[in-house]
Design a protein around this ligand. Sequence first.
Ligand code: GUN
Length: 290
Amino acid sequence: MTIIDGKTIARAVREDAKKRTETLRAQGVVPCLAVILAGEDPASVSYVTAKEKALAEAGMASRDIRLSAGISEAELLSLIISLNEDAAVHGILVQLPLPKHVREGRVIDAISPKKDVDGFHPVSVGNMVLGKDGFLPCTPNGIMRLLRALDIPVNGAHAVIVGRSNLVGRPLSILLTRKDSNATVTMCHTGTTNLAYHTRQADILIAAAGKAGLITGDMVKEGAVVIDVGVNRVSDISAKKGYRLRGDVDFEPVSQKASFITPVPGGVGPMTIAMLLQNVADAAEKTRDA
Ligand code: GUN
């Protein structure tokens, strides 16, 4: 059994983004991502901080925009419109979830597809479904990169995805079924009866349901590749912060059966950030070449 070292695989992607940034800077372009966070959700604050640190390490610029949770939808939309028009900004990232009174769809729709480095805009999603050029969402794309880096056979494999979110499960099902991936995909969700029956069929099992410890040892086939996308905070009074991170996979028993498994943290998470840097470099190069 191999514990997948997402940090090391992510480092190679980040190094590549850094080299591309050096070239862009020499040509007078500083790749810049606007990062918008509305409110102070602790998990979101830590994700945004990690993204900005990674941007700086790659030599990229960021516009750190922190808004109160009470910001109106109209104010947020007009901010995005001004960033769409700002030539110094190559990408726009609105950290999700947004405060409840703001319609997420409205906000994502307002981002120019040219700056949609998260790959959430309907145009980006449409391009992905059709196999056309466009920004791919960072977590699903990062999982594809992990599988490729480890030479895990995807062609002809049966991939079972648990969780149909727009951020992970659904786009991943699209990427895995593209001709150049060629997996057979089963998508499980809260309406699935007998989840364990399906997960036991998986050559590649992707847990992206957001439920700590959902996937137990008996739900996994011997030799399966297990990718854990869950980042759940569970309270732990012995931990310094009072909580610890736990994936959707019950790691110990599942690792006894898996051939490869991603840890939480240190598996998929670092890949998400690395693919974001790659998308920002793509966005900056496209404006240079336009
Ligand atoms: N919230 C959780 N994951 C993500 C992500 O990849 N991008 C954004 N913008 N928000 C998120």
